[in-house]
Design a protein around this ligand. Structure first.
Ligand code: NZQ
Ligand code: ZN
Length: 384
């Protein structure tokens, strides 16, 4: 096992009715800016529930944070927050709203150009404290310190992280996910699945409990993902899915093990140039990535084939192929297509994707930093 430091300060309020408890988590007298997306929280009544819980605070609202939150929109929220001297933020929505709110929180007290936080990895000393009410299990943003922001003007989709952007608290009420459209349910399952594989399908580090934990999360996604689509109002299914997605990227399974993240980096360029949903990019790229990197991932792929898909017969190469095929079929069974061509993207699009990777310095990716630009090209080609 590798050395690690693990510190996760986010308080989780899990279960039905927990929105009512947020007032205790916010400092008395705070001027709170509630941030949300395109209006799902208005329609579902979640925003009304939040506002009722905040009745003793001075509350402002910022609506319109889009999926793949944009710098352009977030800058408007930063301006509002500075003008109104906001001292607490509350994100109500999915990963995009929470990520956007992390950027707002870091940018409000930042003295330089906020774009440098993303483009230059500028150091952030502090951030406005914030909490979240999660409505879409997928990203793990509710219990981690990462955020991904897009800039429309320059087709960039860039990430940042900082110890100061962990949410102070997050409400996970599974009943708030009953209203999710099937596409978003499926996206969430695929995203959480690939978060696990990015931290598990690398090379053995003799990290027994991290492996078993990762395998438990994958098996739960395989069992509960399809059920959530079939039985949207099954609370137990939603609860298992919600907690699984959080645990998939809150630092726990990644502690002490090598991590990959190349599928995510190549995926961000697909979203930046072609607007695919984050999870769609992962469904397309993961099977291709596993093929291209099958030699360096060999031992873990065989473990994955055995423990996740029960593949114990036949030679090793065949078992690896079958495991990759089962992964693809799982995504397809959730109605998330796994080929670039399914999204109308042809091989002529690959050169622009390569240029984006180079421009963003993504030239030595993966757990061995050996996924260079030529091998990334192979991944995009294999995903065609
Ligand atoms: O905008 P509204 O109207 O709220 O609708 C949203 C949005 O259209 C809708 N939705 C959310 N909850 C709902 C609901 N509709 C009905 N009922 C509900 N309960 O779902 C749509 C998608 O929402 P979004 O927040 O974009 O989805 P997701 O949670 O998948 O977030 C994706 C973003 O997170 C980033 C992705 O890159 C992408 O920008 N990621 C963040 C990570 C992190 N912070 O650690 C890691 C991930 O790998 C990922 O990169
Ligand atoms: Zn992801």
């Amino acid at each position: 096992m590798q050395n690690f430091t693990l510190h996760n300060p986010t308080r989780i309020l899990f279960g039905q009715g927990r929105i009512a408890d947020i007032s205790r988590e916010i400092p008395t007298g705070a001027r709170v800016l509630v941030t949300y997306g395109g209006g799902s929280v208005v329609k579902t009544g979640t925003l009304a529930e939040v506002k009722s819980a905040l009745k003793d605070f001075t509350v402002f609202e910022f609506a319109g944070i889009e999926p793949n939150p944009t710098y352009e929109t977030l800058m408007q929220a930063i301006e509002l927050a500075r003008r109104e001297q906001i001292d607490f933020l509350l994100a109500v929505g999915g990963g995009s709203v929470i990520d956007g709110t992390k950027f707002i929180a870091a940018a409000i007290p930042f003295s330089g150009d906020p774009w440098d936080i993303l483009a230059k990895g500028a150091a952030i000393e502090r951030a406005i404290p914030f909490g979240s009410v999660l409505t879409l299990p997928a990203t793990g943003s509710e219990m981690n310190n990462f955020a991904v922001v897009s800039r429309r003007a320059s087709s960039d989709k860039l990430a940042f992280s900082s110890p100061v952007v962990f949410p102070l608290f997050s409400v996970l009420d599974p009943s708030k996910t009953f209203t999710l459209p099937p596409r978003q349910v499926a996206n969430g399952v695929v995203d959480a699945f690939v978060h696990v594989t990015e931290q598990y399908l690398t090379y053995p580090a003799d990290a027994k409990v991290q492996d078993r934990f990762a395998e438990g999360l994958l098996l739960t996604l395989i069992e509960e993902g399809p059920r959530a689509l079939q039985e949207p109002e099954n609370y137990a299914v939603r609860a298992n899915l919600m907690w699984t997605a959080t645990l998939a990227l809150n630092g726990l399974i990644g502690a002490g093990v090598p991590q990959d993240w190349a599928t995510h980096m190549l995926g961000h360029e697909l979203t930046a140039l072609h607007g695919l949903d984050h999870a769609q990019t992962l469904a397309v790229l993961l099977p291709a990535m596993l093929q291209v990197c099958r030699e360096e991932k060999r031992e873990k792929l065989l473990q994955y084939a055995d423990r996740i898909w029960g593949l114990r017969e036949g030679n090793a190469e065949a078992r690896i192929n079958q495991a990759i095929e089962h992964t693809r079929q799982f995504f397809e069974s959730l109605q998330v297509p796994t080929r670039l061509s399914d999204y109308g993207i042809g091989t002529e699009a690959i050169s622009a994707l390569m240029a984006q990777l180079e421009r963003h310095g993504m030239v030595a990716l993966g757990e061995h930093q050996d996924l260079d630009i030529a091998r990334s090209q192979q991944v995009y080609e294999m995903a065609a």
